[in-house]
Design a protein around this ligand. Structure first.
Ligand SMILES: [Zn+2]
Ligand SMILES: [Zn+2]
Length: 260
């Protein structure tokens, strides 16, 4: 089956930083020729996070259902969630998920040691230290078996100037390889996140990068997911066609998107 034009990483206004309604985003998706949209609202467990306490499961469930009915034959609408993982909150996450249903669950690491991974953190800290802590959390998130998809792997890269990247000065490649091994072994979907390509002023490309995706497939990984990480109507589907073109060279490998 040829790969579908699907966006499985979309934030509506059910996320604290989302700008549009679910219906508005679905409408735009149909105009772009997207056949399947997966909402992945933020669920945050870090009390310091601006999104903490924002997500409303009942309201979200009702609105996704409305959208599914409204767009019936035109667009497949999936009810997903992007959970911010830190080991410190693993029990809380498990407990929270117990009485809820999602079509897919993305596990993403945005924090290390309760500190948000952003430009500031990387200015104040050694890159190797941040990466070490990051890959450690990623490994724990995979081992938790709570999630279907590993969200924007290598997100640290989003906040470093690629030209400056001293990634070769430490065991970055080995650590990335270990994370990919675990994703293959646990049969999780590796998300290819095209958000950075929307940030025209940078040259970061997709997350993880082409090299890592190639390594993942080389290790036997077949399960993937494509997502733009859109937070507004303008961003829906952004960069996904480019990912699909990149993945064409692996068509012999029979990659499988979510729900295939
Ligand atoms: Zn995220
Ligand atoms: Zn996101």
């Amino acid at each position: 089956m040829p790969m579908r034009f699907a966006d499985y990483h979309v934030h509506s206004n059910h996320s604290c930083d989302g700008k549009a309604t679910i219906l508005e985003m679905c409408q735009k998706a149909t105009e772009l020729g997207i056949v399947e949209i997966g909402f992945s609202e933020h669920m945050d467990f870090e009390p310091e996070d601006s999104g903490f306490g924002f997500f409303d499961y009942e309201r979200y469930t009702a609105e996704v259902k409305d959208a599914q009915e409204f767009f019936k034959s035109k667009l497949v609408v999936r009810k997903g969630i992007e959970i911010d993982y830190q080991e410190a909150f693993e029990d809380d996450i498990r407990e929270w998920l117990r009485d809820k249903e999602f079509d897919f669950i993305i596990g993403s690491v945005h924090y290390v040691n309760h500190e948000l991974i952003d430009y500031e953190l990387l200015e104040d800290n050694d890159l190797e230290r941040v990466y070490r802590a990051y890959f450690n959390e990623v490994a724990l998130s995979i081992e938790s078996r709570l999630f279907d998809v590993v969200g924007h792997l290598d997100v640290v890269r989003k906040f470093i100037d690629v030209g400056r990247a001293e990634l070769s000065s430490f065991d970055y490649v080995e650590r990335m390889g270990m994370a990919l091994d675990m994703i293959v072994e646990k049969r999780m979907h590796l998300e290819i996140n095209s958000k950075p390509s929307l940030l025209k002023e940078t040259n970061i490309g997709m997350l993880p990068n082409e090299e890592a995706v190639t390594a993942f497939i080389g290790k036997g990984g077949r399960l993937i997911s494509t997502g733009s990480d859109a937070h507004s109507i303008e961003e829906i589907g952004g960069g996904i066609r480019e990912i699909m073109i990149f993945l064409k060279k692996f068509k012999e490998n029979k990659l499988q998107l979510l729900f295939e």
